[in-house]
Ligand binder design. Structure first.
Ligand code: HEM
Ligand code: HEM
Length: 191
């Protein structure tokens, strides 16, 4: 099942969710935190290029993900979920979407406006699209370096909520994000 239904995430949404999460947590954050600390040289150049190109790829995937979401039903939350928890879930998800767009945009603007290259898989230098502007680059840098901590804090909350659903409420929320065919508790299993 590729498309979402009112009860389940389809394969496309699931693949996009986990690919974006893996690129952020396993590539972007480790590369971002080490690339400035290893000192100039080949390793630093590889880490910077990987960080920039993976960031651009993740931005494209985030846009595809949002378009796919608008073109598909969004699975409903369990009917017995307290309204405040449903509100926090919606707020958290909205924030996560905002952050996965704002991180690559601020990183791109900071790099390009500071006069550094942004390689598009070594085919073009996207930095040429934006004029060098050092004061604006400093603002974009501050946004990039502060938003990462907001993103990580929201992800911790998000993961805690997913575990609460799975281990305490024992509903199908985590399972339906792991597989489009997962067995769901009675009442959530219609599809
Ligand atoms: C999801 C996308 C991204 C995430 C999660 C991310 C995350 C990070 C992190 C964790 C750092 C290290 C922060 C620190 O040292 O305190 C960083 C630094 C940096 N990022 Fe990103 N980044 C993303 C996208 C991008 C993109 C697309 C570019 C450029 C095209 C970029 C350019 C940079 C640069 C140049 C730095 C070094 C900042 C400095 O001078 O200290 N980032 N990023
Ligand atoms: C950087 C990492 C992550 C990001 C940016 C992220 C982002 C998101 C977003 C935006 C949604 C809402 C989907 C929508 O309504 O369209 C979502 C749903 C979900 N996420 Fe994550 N996520 C991340 C990591 C994780 C991890 C590590 C877990 C599990 C341990 C997880 C579990 C879930 C679950 C179970 C849902 C489905 C909620 C539902 O069915 O209503 N996420 N995620």
């Amino acid at each position: 099942m590729n498309r979402n239904t009112a009860e389940r995430w389809g394969r496309v949404s699931i693949a996009l969710h986990w690919t974006i999460a893996a690129l952020i947590l396993l590539v972007q954050v480790p590369a971002g935190l080490t690339m400035n600390r290893v000192g100039p040289g080949l390793l630093q150049n590889i880490l910077y290029d990987t960080h920039k190109m993976t960031g651009l790829t993740m931005f494209a995937l985030a846009v595809v993900r949002l378009l796919w979401r608008w073109a598909n039903p969004v699975p409903v939350l369990p009917a017995d979920l307290p309204p405040w928890q449903a509100a926090v879930a919606r707020l958290t998800h909205g924030l996560l979407y905002l952050l996965i767009l704002a991180m690559p945009v601020s990183g791109f603007l900071y790099t390009a406006m500071d006069g550094f290259p942004v390689p598009l898989f070594y085919l073009a230098n996207l930095a040429e699209l934006v004029p060098v502007n050092k004061p604006a680059a400093a603002v974009a840098k501050a946004v990039h370096l502060n938003l990462i901590w907001v993103l990580l804090a929201v992800v911790v909350l998000h993961v805690a909520a997913a575990l609460h659903h799975h281990l305490v409420r024992r509903d199908g929320i985590l399972r339906r994000m792991l597989s489009s065919k997962a067995r769901l508790p009675a009442g959530e299993a219609r599809s």
